[in-house]
Design a binder for this molecule. Sequence first.
Ligand code: IMP
Length: 433
Amino acid sequence: MSVVIVVGAQWGDEGKGKVVDLFTERADVVVRYGGGANAGHTLVIEGKKLVTHLVPSGVCHPGKSCVLGDGMVIDPHTLLDEIAECQERGLLVRGELLIGLGAHVILPYHKLVDGLREDHGAKQGKAIGTTRRGIGPAYEMKAARRGIRVRDLLKPARLRELVAANVDDLAPLIAHLGGTVPTKSDVAKWTDEALAAGERLRPHTGEAGRHVSHAITKGRHVLFEGAQGCLLDVDHGTYPYVTSSSTIAAGACQSAGIGPTQIDSVVGITKAYATRVGEGPFPTELHGDAGERLRKAGGEYGATTGRPRRCGWLDLPALRMGVRLSGMQSLALTKLDVLAGLGDVQVCVAYKLDGKELDEPPTDPEDLVRAEPIYTRIAGWDRLPSDARDITDLPAPARAYVETIERMAGVPFCLVSVGPDRAETIRLIDPFS
Ligand code: IMP
């Protein structure tokens, strides 16, 4: 039996989709454990692209159980669209999907409030740069114990009461933010649509926590798939420029309702450089042409919102923090191929702040903005063979780069990705073994 958590080590978009897809070969159950349709995981299988927002990236392996954990916030309409898209490709047709009855639900008014807050914040230079998918408002209502859960979609009278109470609660805020307060007919329409969606989702719903616990007890291989990355964690990330969920490995236990003693291994995913979407400090960001070159080379545009991602050099102090926060025992390096042909590569090895050298980012966002990255320069490489299957197949400078990261992060690589396709991978350690 092995229970493995895959977690983003940066600000999300590390290429978790590809890694989870690969690890799913060995897994029996794949569990998405946090966030909602703010995530976008791009999978390329035999040249064909599939972007998932809610369904675990393990979906491309028919017959594997795909679970949406109770810690998620789920937009039922987005989920239905995604299920339909998967089924058109012959996936999820054997009843593989299980949606936790305890997961919270995102309805149109959560997205309305998210968008209004962002617009209002932007006027004061205080926007977070959210995905506007209603994630923050849904988690707020959950914490305030006014949330709506998947199980409520299956109970018409209860749902009507809850939606009406939610909209009543939010009406003053919506008005304050300059929005149009929803009418009774909006509320009725949203409720009817949610009930209809609930009926369609009903066959896929169940006790996700128990299902995962039983799988572990029976000795199955279970893979937890994180969304976003450690630096966007609501408690430990670059607050307030974070998402609203626990993105670190601990979030997996919380979402599925299992104890930390059940976890065998934590794998962190890091890109060979850094990206960030939305606002917030990003000390190694490259501006102007240099940033644009990296963005183009890596195709760094949001899979969910299409926004151009901010790009910069790899930040090892931030990576070390991710390793510490999630107890990562190994790392998967993605998009190493993107750096080929871009000249010498820089990597941030420490920060300087008020005359002191720091080996992890300062936790106060104002300090992080002031902190000065200290870089090491590594000779670049012109091309990376996409048929590299062993670390020795890499050109010497790329190997030196990999070894530097490994040494300074303090954990070994279990995998190095040299292209988007499943096959374009150097496999080093099997986390399930
Ligand atoms: P929210 O999760 O939509 O509330 O957005 C909060 C912050 O997290 C924003 O900076 C988003 O750009 C960022 N974010 C949320 N989901 C992702 C993701 O999947 N990848 C990268 N950034 C994300």
